[in-house]
Design a protein around this ligand. Structure first.
Ligand code: C5P
Length: 225
């Protein structure tokens, strides 16, 4: 590989994009960043401080003082933090403040797989491979429901479905960097695929792009498929 390879993996909540992106990063020897954790970490700060999730000043203070050890998947799991994160994520100044950090991470050799909502559209629009992972709302709700049960909770399927529907609405309708399929993204619908089958499809795409980029030299890395 002649330069950092960036793979953008976007998609709605509970689509399985983070699991897929993490496995892809491990297989390709790239770094992995779940960008949702950045918004979740800011959201948790506001929750802990009892601040309003749409308070721009409090959110920007949280961004400025965020420590890497706070960006931890286990401590940031849960639908409540996810919901606050999606409110924080609708503040343009918060998104702008988190952008340089994400870009630096992506372009540090040997490259990275980033999972999120706007990686292919805003954070890394030049990524040579963009994957949009999706699944039906009902299937995503079923997976999230099972995940919560595995964590020892007693969720209601209807409530999980409503929460996901509301989060989809907020993520797709916000004014800045809304969730959408990048024009040059490959869509991976996992409604009928298990995690392993989805991974095999994505890996095939990634290996083909990595080989092409490698053959094209550094300039080729900035070109989309
Ligand atoms: O992916 P996850 O559910 O952890 O993300 C939490 C929230 O953070 C999302 O609902 C979304 O509003 C926001 N987010 C975002 N842009 C990203 C990643 C996450 O707006 N790149």
């Amino acid at each position: 590989m002649s330069g950092p390879l960036v793979v953008a993996v976007d998609g709605p909540a509970a689509s399985g994009k983070s699991t897929l992106a993490k496995k892809l990063a491990a297989a390709l020897g790239l770094a992995f960043l779940d960008t949702g954790l950045l918004y979740r970490a800011v959201g948790k700060r506001l929750l802990d401080a009892g601040a309003d999730p749409s308070d721009e000043r409090a959110a920007l203070e949280a961004v400025a003082s965020l420590r890497p050890e706070e960006v931890d998947a286990e401590r940031l799991a849960g639908e409540r933090i996810g919901e606050v994160a999606s409110k924080v994520a609708a503040i343009p100044a918060v998104r702008a403040a988190l952008l340089p950090w994400q870009r630096r991470f992506a372009h540090t050799p040997p490259g990275a797989v980033l999972a999120g909502r706007d990686v292919g559209t805003v954070v890394c629009p030049d990524a040579p491979l963009k994957i949009y992972v999706t699944a039906s709302l009902e299937e995503r709700a079923r997976r999230r429901f099972e995940e919560l049960r595995r964590r020892g909770q007693a969720p209601m399927l209807e409530a999980v479905l409503d929460e996901l529907r509301e989060r989809d609405r907020r993520d797709t309708e916000r004014a800045v960097a809304p969730l959408r399929v990048a024009d040059d993204a490959r869509v991976l619908d996992t409604t009928e695929l298990d995690a392993e089958a989805a991974f095999r499809v994505a890996l095939r795409w990634a290996e083909a792009v990595a080989a092409r980029c490698s053959a094209a030299g550094p300039a080729g890395l900035d070109r989309n498929p």
